[in-house]
Design a protein around this ligand. Structure first.
Ligand code: 2AM
Length: 502
């Protein structure tokens, strides 16, 4: 790399004009882009911005309060030329082919060692591909997951950068400056290097999958409490109370506010919203990846599935007419307390995070990324949608034992789960008896019971596979790794007819 000045562009420039070059470029002035630019400018960075539609650039630059800390350019070439080297250019454009198009349009104006940071919601495999392709041209590519929505982008998101590690020293200070801060003194940046290739976007994808799960877990608590006849105000108060304890989190907090919100007429807004959930695909991507890695991220899978079922609005209305079941409201076990439901939320969440971290661990192994699971938990403590006190405990668990086999084996979580699991079980039983769908809770409980079963029923699956497909099986009375086939029909079910290597 021919590089370049130094890492000085990493710190905000002192404002001595264009001669020294501007600190950072940003392409894509939709909501996330605009807010990230304002955040950068507020931290003293001089940002050069470009948007395909120039009117958007002009309107934004005219309106913003940071003067020449934010300058708009009509062409990519001008924007690139305004930057000090190594140039740092953040892309916040629509995920998919647009990212490739924008990269193509920028690269001719870049020099060796310049840095392109994709802060959009790209699929991690695309980021891996882009990093490899740009490395061939001596351009450093960083795929950075950014979570926190509009508000996070403006005031401090969680940032999960991965890709060309050579570029990290040149962007570290800037990205950490604009990120959310966590920890007792709120001075620990929720931004740290995640790993090579598409690791940053992978971790962001898992974050989003977990977010689907957390949302479904809360929606099921709402469904149960509604079926128990509790008023929205009471539920709002309950969520607010939960937000004072171990469940303290952004999603619990906003759920309380949503349930308390009323229209001018006095009617609850929540009661007027169609019960059909949208999705943009990151939950589905998470589940696909987990499946590919052999990891049962089933709570998130149920959350994705529940959104799909919710979208069948007309079909559900017809099914409600013809498919019988208990009448949920009176049948729901009146003895199911708010504490039981709080336990169900906590236990289900814990199991979901354990599944998520199992997937991260497997991805780290499969892709050779050496992910630091404790550091990832730390990145999610503030700024992002799943931020919660809970993540401090996960970070602590991995800090104490970096090679922790499973989050559920951490003594704090094992203890917490053993006291909350009874509430989850009671909740699932009550909901099932009442005919109320609680896919996330039921899935969490089933995983828990399966995971803690030392001798399960898969011996029958193996026998069936061997019966119809001669797939062979291992035996309890022989060492692992020796494979046997039985001639089930011919010489009797007990006969072992051979041993095979795996
Ligand atoms: P626009 O304002 O010109 O539509 C999110 O959609 C961001 O991606 C917007 O800033 C949008 O620019 C940008 N974008 C979408 N498609 C694009 C394309 N084909 N080329 C460049 N930018 C694009």
């Amino acid at each position: 790399m021919t590089d370049a000045t130094s890492t000085s562009a990493n710190t905000p420039s002192s404002g001595n004009g264009e001669a020294s070059g501007r600190d950072v470029g940003l392409v894509g002035l939709a909501v996330m882009g605009q807010n990230l630019v304002l955040n950068l400018a507020e931290h003293g960075y001089r940002v050069s911005v470009y948007n395909r539609t120039t009117e958007t650039t002009d309107e934004f630059v005219d309106r913003q309060p940071f003067g020449d800390h934010i300058v708009g350019y009509e062409t990519i070439e001008q924007m690139v030329a305004s930057l000090s080297r190594p140039r740092r250019i953040i892309l916040l454009v629509k995920a998919g082919v647009v990212v490739d198009k924008v990269i193509e349009s920028i690269v001719p104006f870049l020099d060796d060692g310049d840095i392109v940071i994709d802060g959009g919601n790209s699929l991690y495999t695309d980021s891996t591909r882009r990093q490899t392709a740009l490395a061939d041209q001596n351009i450093h590519f960083i795929g950075a997951g950014v979570s926190g929505g509009e508000e996070g982008a403006r005031n401090g998101p969680s940032i999960m950068p991965g890709g060309a590690s050579e570029a990290w020293p040149h962007v570290k200070e800037m990205l950490q400056a604009i990120s959310a801060k966590a920890g007792p003194a709120e001075d620990e940046p929720c931004c740290d290097w995640v790993g090579p290739e598409g690791a940053g976007h992978y971790v962001k994808m898992i974050h989003n999958g977990i977010e689907y799960g957390d949302m479904q877990v809360l929606a099921e608590a709402y469904a149960i409490m509604s079926a128990q006849g509790r008023a929205n105000g009471e539920m709002a108060a309950t969520f607010a109370q939960w937000n004072d304890g171990r469940l303290k989190s952004y999603l619990v907090e906003i759920t309380s506010e949503i349930l308390a919100h009323t229209e001018e007429s006095g009617q609850s807004t929540i009661d007027l919203i169609l019960d059909a959930a949208g999705q943009k695909g990151t939950g589905k991507w998470t589940v696909i990846s987990a499946m590919e890695l052999g990891q049962p991220m089933m709570l998130v899978a149920e959350a994705v599935g529940a959104r799909m079922v919710s979208s069948f609005v007309e079909t559900r209305a017809r099914a409600a007419e013809v498919l019988p079941g208990p009448d949920a409201s009176p049948a729901l076990d009146a003895s199911l307390t708010l504490d039981d439901i709080g336990d169900a939320i906590y236990a289900a969440k814990l199991i979901s995070y354990a599944q998520g971290f199992m997937t991260l661990d497997a991805a780290s192994e499969e892709f050779g990324w050496s992910l630091d699971l404790g550091s990832i938990a730390k990145l999610w403590r503030a700024g992002c949608i799943i931020r919660a006190v809970f993540l401090d405990d996960i970070a602590r668990a991995y800090a104490e034992k970096p090679d922790l086999e499973n989050l559920l084996f951490d003594p704090f979580f094992a203890d917490a789960l053993s006291s909350a699991i009874a509430g989850l079980r009671k909740t699932v039983v009550a909901a099932a008896a009442a005919g109320l769908a609680v896919p996330a809770y039921a899935s969490a409980l089933t995983f828990y019971d399966g995971f803690r079963t030392a001798r399960g029923s898969a011996n029958l699956i193996q026998a069936q596979r061997d019966y119809f497909g001669a797939h062979t099986y291992e035996r309890l009375d022989k060492p692992r790794g020796e494979w046997f086939h039985t001639d089930w029909v011919g010489s009797g079910a007990a006969a072992v007819s051979g041993s095979y290597s795996a």
